[in-house]
Design a protein around this ligand. Structure first.
Ligand code: GDP
Length: 197
């Protein structure tokens, strides 16, 4: 898919106020600092469409972007920021739960995980929750430039083994690096394919 246009639409803290349009949408979510903003900028070939955050955990908003005038890319807040309080964690959970359960336009979620790290409970719990609620998702491994191909394979295998303990299939996954422009075409083609269905 060639990205001809990418425009910021709106930021919301209330799911009910998100765009009313029925355009298909794709949500990007992951732990703070996972490389979500960089990935969104790589996918859209825009330097700063999504703001790479100096202060993780600060942006607790649902951000809609209109791509090629026919689908929405949704930048969701980063989760798992150690320094947020328990009560703001609860608010966050409610907010995200609402988004995923209310937005009928959502085609699929992309859960971002840093390829370098062991699977983290918070990511696994979140994937579990998506699965239990019938919300389709793919995994996007980020920062692949930081590992050698063999290590990438090993790290993906660790995820596979864990996820296959619970689920019959490994979700779709993508290996990406925003600094080396890896995985962009694969993710965009996947979205294009879903948009055509
Ligand atoms: P966000 O908080 O998830 O939106 O993450 P950012 O996109 O702001 O990135 C967090 C940090 O990871 C920044 O210092 C980025 O430069 C770095 N980063 C993001 N993507 C990559 C990548 O593909 N490779 C490498 N090596 N670093 C990355």
């Amino acid at each position: 898919m060639h990205i001809k246009s990418a425009e910021f639409v709106m930021s919301n803290s209330d799911v009910a106020k998100c765009p009313k349009s029925r355009l298909p949408e794709y949500a990007f979510i992951g732990r703070s600092n996972v490389g979500k903003s960089s990935l969104i900028n790589m996918l859209t070939s825009r330097k700063s469409l999504a703001k790479t955050s100096g202060r993780p955990g600060k942006t607790q908003l649902i951000n809609h972007f209109l791509i090629n005038k026919n689908w929405h890319l949704v930048d969701l807040p980063g989760y798992g920021y150690a320094r947020v309080s328990k009560s703001s964690k609860k608010t966050f959970q409610k907010f995200i739960t609402q988004y995923f359960t209310v937005r009928e336009q959502l085609v699929t979620a992309f859960v971002l995980v840093d390829i370098r790290h062991e699977p983290q409970p918070i990511d696994l719990e979140f994937m579990q929750w998506l699965g239990e609620n019938g919300i389709p998702f793919s995994i996007i491994f980020t920062k692949a430039d930081k590992l050698k191909p063999k290590a990438i394979e090993n790290h993906v295998d660790v995820y596979k083994n864990i996820l296959l303990e619970t689920w019959e299939d490994m979700p779709n996954y993508f290996i990406t690096s925003s600094s080396k422009d890896i995985g962009k075409d694969e993710v965009l083609e996947y979205i294009e394919g879903l948009n055509e269905n």
